[in-house]
Design a protein around this ligand. Sequence first.
Ligand SMILES: *Cc1c(COP(=O)(O)O)cnc(C)c1O
Length: 376
Amino acid sequence: MRVEFYRHNIGDEEKRQILKALDSIFLTTGEYVYEFERELANYLGVKRAIGVMSCTAALHLALLACGVGPGDEVITTPLTFVATPNAILHAGAEPIFVDVEPMTGNIDAALVERAITKRTKAILPVHLYGHMCDMKTLRQIADAHGLAIVEDAAHCLEGSRDGYRPGQLGDFAAFSFYATKSITCGEGGAIVTNSDEQAQLLRKLTLHGMNKSAAERYKGEFSHWDMELLGWKYNMSNVQAALLTPQLRRVDERLLRREQICRRYEEAFEDLAELSFPKVLPGTVSARHLFTIQVDPDLRDSLISRLRAEGIAVTVNYLPCHLMSYYRNRYGYREGNFPVAERIGAMTITLPLYSKLTDEEVEYIIGTVKKLVCSK
Ligand SMILES: *Cc1c(COP(=O)(O)O)cnc(C)c1O
């Protein structure tokens, strides 16, 4: 059997919608994007959403909207995709890593407080694997020190904690619609916020700092546009949005299937001494983006090879960012700087998890993992 790491859900509805978009005048930012943004904001219970080209772009612009720039520090986790700290560098600031909680792999709020200096401007938590960070505590810390929060919610479109969704306690939350995310248009992202004013600023920043989009210029009387500030070219297109809206409408139905698969994984692996997995804490609805197991670090890489040889595509989320060559060279990081993140990074294997996974495939994965970890 061959089990893919990920398969998307693009089907007839998305194909119909994209053909409709192709028959319209505007392929760039227009009505399809605005419709997607309204539905995304509505789904998350926040005021505004702005579509962009990627989550990396969303993080970059959200940091700029917080006023982050050269000389500032932003506190984040090393146990994430490199996009997270890279966006801090794109904004001209310095990423300050703090270690993570052993149970969840999420940023440790107690360590965040200790890392705050006069230069700290913002906190950038990542809701790892779909399990939300302790946003209530992070919000209290941020308020006590006058800091902004930008949530990296690339894994957490569907999640919540203590009744709060991504974007409700943070100043901004950033989402990804990259190829392997829960809704996807290949490449894409969004920023959400409860501030109308910030949303207006972000909209301009997505399009060179211009005060009108092409679709807005097309309507009504001729009027000149102006460039008010230096922005980027990060605007989402109608083609991307046409693919995303139908998927967004079915996002909770698909989460139910992933929840079912995760419960089956958890039940099957619960009693195995050879492996463990991160826990979903009480009060948390996990977005169930990635299901990871943790094994003996000395066996991890050979286990990956053997799973692949049995036809199961697995990966690692993540080797911590501070140990990437660029960050080592730039900041002098080495092994031992963030031991919990390093330990999780050395033990983790990500198993396939998506709504199209069949029961037969799930049982094959479970059987193969059990056979391999128990035989060493
Ligand atoms: C995928 C991902 C990103 C980057 O998303 P892009 O849309 O590819 O820029 C950022 N952070 C995390 C945690 C991710 O998993």
